[in-house]
Design a protein around this ligand. Structure first.
Ligand SMILES: Cc1cc2nc3c(=O)[nH]c(=O)nc-3n(C[C@H](O)[C@H](O)[C@H](O)COP(=O)(O)O)c2cc1C
Length: 453
């Protein structure tokens, strides 16, 4: 692969932190999901650390919904709608990217195009859209469905969804709006394009009722790692979030996806692959271990089991003996790649159900690394220089401490090694990620047809 500059970093920020028992930690902001001052502080800390972006995940249902008694022990179930929160955070930050998940299965392209264009204008070009197809039955039940849409169908819908959204963002050319009070001309008629999309899933005439986003398109992120997921990512994604446990798995995913990107006519360096990492930082390795153990002791068994059940396709594991191995599980229509990752982990390390839910309670299958700032930097650097990643989605165990420690201890170590920026390169998220600004697909055609412009 070409010369790699420096690694990219996302700060993945669920209110109280990532560990399933984070909210119970004495230092954690238990009401973090609904506390704006908390988020303002996190966003400004991540910006001080020169992170590329903050990232807010989302589901259109209560997260981790399960009929079990675990629900009232979960600390991440009530939180702001992410785009509403990012709009507010765009006012109290200047350079950091603002990325959030919006599902293509339970939204309409026109609404989404408008909201992300607005966030991109509000923030001066810092918006990022994490495109997911959703992966829980609970969400289907909130949108007139009994069953979640079939996996391949919903990825097909997602591809068309992206095509419609980018066409809507291209409704107006960058310099369309003249606002000439003298002539009474508000926009240049030749620079308006009507998408008139008619497809299998959508019929959207357009145009969009907001000017072309400052970045051209907000940065498109994708988080599916199945066959369908990788296929969609190769065609549409500029950033790919993924969960990988070992360097070998990460390298296999990295080279596979980069190859697909090139096969789909794009440049490999125009896609940044950023696995999730759950770092537990200590002044000594022992201190990091003690911090991790303290969190693990806060896990209530029903919560651990409910989380694991959710990740293995919603199979209720409560009737299986906890100190026995995971039973063979049926194919899932939900998180395909995550089920495989968790089942492979159980097999590779010969884990019982109890040991498995303890192993995924922190990072939900993403990689967990413990140690001093130097040891954490070593492990991040190893994946970066060996083509396992272009950067990482940092998942602090509990907040705000987990992010504060990463910014105060690990970032300076990465900067000292020349692996991470000391100043932002540009104004927009796409400039800082080193991604090109997309041309307007309509004006490209138009210009070819009317050379005088
Ligand atoms: C870092 C990361 C963040 C994710 N964020 C969300 C999210 O916010 N909402 C969601 O429904 N799914 C989220 N997912 C799950 C993916 O959308 C997808 O369901 C999962 O990766 C399985 O995809 P697959 O069926 O293509 O394997 C995330 C996945 C990763 C790796």
């Amino acid at each position: 692969m070409g010369e790699k500059k420096q690694l990219k970093l996302g700060a993945f920020l669920p209110g109280p932190g990532h560990h399933v028992a984070a909210w119970r930690h004495p230092n954690a902001q238990a009401d973090g999901g609904l506390n704006f001052q908390h988020y303002q502080r996190l966003a400004q800390t991540a910006e001080r650390g020169k992170f590329d972006m903050i990232f807010l995940a989302d589901n259109v249902a209560v997260w981790g919904w399960s009929e079990t008694e675990a629900l009232n022990r979960l600390g991440q179930i009530a939180h702001f709608e992410p785009l509403t929160l990012l709009s507010a955070l765009s006012v109290v930050t200047q350079r950091i990217g603002l990325a959030a998940t919006v599902s293509t299965t339970y939204n309409e392209p026109y609404h989404l195009a408008r909201k992300f264009a607005s966030l991109d204008h509000l923030s001066g070009g810092r918006a990022g859209w994490n495109l997911v197809t959703s992966a829980t039955e609970a969400e289907a039940k909130n949108f007139n469905q009994e069953k979640h849409m079939e996996h391949t169908t919903r990825y097909g819908r997602a591809k068309e969804f992206v095509d419609v959204v980018t066409s809507l963002w291209d409704s107006w050319e960058d310099s369309a709006f003249l606002r000439d009070k003298e002539l009474g001309i508000y926009f240049h008629p030749d620079k308006l394009h009507i998408p008139n999309h008619k497809g299998e899933h959508f019929s959207v005439r357009g145009p969009l009722n907001i000017a072309r986003p400052p970045q051209g398109y907000p940065v498109i992120i994708q988080a599916g790692s199945s066959e369908d997921g990788k296929h969609l990512a190769a065609q549409t994604a500029e950033v790919i979030f993924t969960a990988q446990q070992t360097l070998e798995e990460a390298q296999a995913f990295y080279s596979d996806v980069k190859e697909r990107v090139v096969k789909s006519g794009r440049r490999a360096e125009h896609v940044k692959i950023m696995p999730g990492v759950f770092p537990v930082i200590g002044k000594t390795e022992q201190e990091a271990k003690e911090k991790y153990d303290q969190l693990q002791e806060l896990i209530h068994p029903t919560v651990g089991l409910a989380l694991l059940s959710g990740l293995v396709g919603g199979v209720d594991l409560s009737s299986y003996p906890l100190d026995e191995p995971l039973p063979n599980l049926p194919e899932t229509n939900l998180h395909k790649s995550r089920l495989k990752l968790v089942a492979d982990l159980a097999q590779r390390e010969n884990l019982t159900i109890r040991q498995l839910y303890l192993a995924i309670a922190g990072a939900r299958g993403h990689r967990t690394i413990l140690g001093t700032a130097q040891q954490i930097a070593d492990q991040l650097s190893e994946w970066f220089v060996n083509d396992g990643a272009d950067g990482f989605n940092i998942m602090p165990p509990y907040l705000p401490d987990g992010l504060d420690e990463f910014v105060e201890l690990v970032i300076p170590e990465l900067q000292r090694r020349g692996l991470f920026r000391t100043e932002y390169e540009g104004q927009t998220l796409r400039e800082n990620l080193g991604l090109p600004r997309p041309e307007n697909k309509f004006s490209k055609v138009a210009h070819e047809e009317r050379p005088y412009m």
